[in-house]
Design a protein around this ligand. Structure first.
Ligand code: BEZ
Ligand code: FE
Length: 309
């Protein structure tokens, strides 16, 4: 091969091919590689710095923490901002705001009708009940909506990702009744922190940033004909409520807590003493396409469309 300067190398890297490949992938890779060539040149990145970064990326990949980095560097929220902007352009508004799914969703949680205990009878922590209704923009109840709910345990760990939790602990799917009602009992969750001594913590330490999220509960709300809503609610009073490492807290998603609620009427959830309650209704938009009503979370959605370029 002949001698090359930087520009010629970039042209070669982004143009050589033996088959058309995927035009979109080629365009994206050309752009990203071009931007990185420019970054290396303009910031005078040394070979040692480059290989250190490559090693970090390899370790990040094997650690399964890519989803922590995308959130912590703002990409997950960026996608939500772009989706909100697209909605605004399309004249679609109203309903419960979307909020990032995060990387800790697990499909296939046990399914209950109308109410559930997420804590599987383990009564550690403050007893917390969330209840409400799924409604349309017009205020009609959404019958038999599916609410997938998940959150962290008292140490900020999620089942399937953190040792010591049972499969699907603190994860449930709840089918609402004909009037769209749901309720569940769990323990009031704390916040989440990125794992220490990990590729993620290495980066955030180097950036001088913390890796904490305020206390929150995740939801995926789906029903035929309604646009699937991915959101999360925040528990008020958390130190990080306005300083989320994943930039995901939003107005309208901070719930109100009622403390010392009398247990009458909550016996089926095993409650016999005053507890903490939050009432929260989910308001969903009409789906514009069948795909928008799919109850799939982000990875399943991508896998369903894989190969469509
Ligand atoms: C979470 O929802 O707990 C989460 C979101 C983004 C990164 C890490 C955790
Ligand atoms: Fe979370």
């Amino acid at each position: 091969m002949s001698e090359l300067n930087q520009k010629q190398l970039l042209e070669l890297v982004t143009s050589v091919n033996v088959a058309p490949g995927n035009a979109r992938v080629r365009a994206l890779v050309a752009r990203v590689v071009g931007d990185l060539f420019k970054t290396i040149d303009e910031l005078d990145v040394s070979a040692d710095e480059f290989w250190k970064a490559a090693d970090w990326l390899s370790r990040l990949g094997t650690s399964g923490q890519v989803g922590l980095i995308t959130a912590g560097l703002g990409f997950d929220r960026l996608l939500d901002i772009r989706a909100d902007e697209a909605d605004e352009r399309a004249g679609r508004s109203g309903g419960t705001p979307r909020a990032i799914e995060g990387p800790l969703y697990v499909a296939g949680a046990p399914l209950s009708k109308v109410e559930a205990r997420l804590d599987e009878g383990n009564s550690a922590g403050e007893v917390f009940v969330m209840e409400g209704q799924v409604r349309t923009l017009a205020g009609q109840p959404v019958a038999h909506a599916l609410i997938d709910v998940w959150h962290a345990n008292s140490q900020g760990g999620y089942s399937h990702f953190f040792p010591g939790l049972k499969p699907y602990e603190l994860r449930r799917r709840i089918e609402t009744d004909a009037k769209g009602h749901y309720r569940f009992r769990t323990a009031l969750p704390p916040g989440y922190s990125i794992p220490p001594n990990s590729p993620t913590s290495e980066l955030f330490e180097a950036l001088g940033r913390h890796g904490h999220r305020p206390a929150h509960v995740h939801f995926l709300v789906a029903a035929p004909g309604q646009r699937t809503l991915t959101t999360q609610v925040n528990i008020p009073g958390d130190t990080y409520i306005d300083d989320d490492f994943a930039f995901a807290t939003r107005d309208g998603l901070i719930v109100e807590l009622e403390r010392g609620v009398a247990p009458a009427g909550y016996e089926s959830l095993g409650i016999s003493a005053p507890f903490v309650r939050s009432r929260f209704d989910f308001v969903t938009q009409p789906a514009a396409t069948a795909g928008e009503a799919s109850p799939a979370a982000r990875l399943a959605r991508v896998q369903a469309t894989a190969g469509r370029g």
